[in-house]
Write a protein that binds this ligand. Structure first.
Ligand SMILES: [Zn+2]
Length: 121
């Protein structure tokens, strides 16, 4: 991602602070798994944390939300995040078990879409 893109993003936010994130040039999108197994998707200033679920999906096949590949049950993991604050409503998403490999295939535009859908319901 060229440096000018980040500068353009910052400039727009500075002049028009209320600009919808969907209309901004794509920034640096990070997608990774932490030591506790949670999946993180970030594009400054937004950050989505997905909590892993123990139970494997009971049906097959599953589509990974990030790389959009069809996965077997062994390759898939289910994650959830809370919608709103403290309301106990969760949304569930499926991703590859191998986040590193998935991150090399997933398009930043797709990751941004997941992130914005989560934070702007
Ligand atoms: Zn994937």
């Amino acid at each position: 991602m060229p440096k000018e893109v980040f500068e353009e993003r910052e400039l727009i936010l500075e002049i028009f602070p209320g600009t919808s994130p969907r209309l901004l040039p794509l920034g640096e999108v990070l997608y990774y798994r932490d030591l506790e197994g949670r999946v993180h998707i970030t594009e400054e200033p937004h950050h989505l944390v997905l909590e892993p679920l123990e139970a494997a999906p009971a049906y097959a096949p599953v589509i990974c939300e990030a790389c959009l590949r069809q996965l077997s049950r062994q390759e898939a993991r289910f994650f959830r995040f809370e919608v709103g604050v403290g309301e106990g409503h969760y949304r569930y998403l499926s991703f590859c078990h191998d986040t590193r490999q998935c991150a090399s295939l997933a398009l930043p535009e797709r990751l941004r879409e997941i992130l914005l859908r989560a934070i702007m319901p």
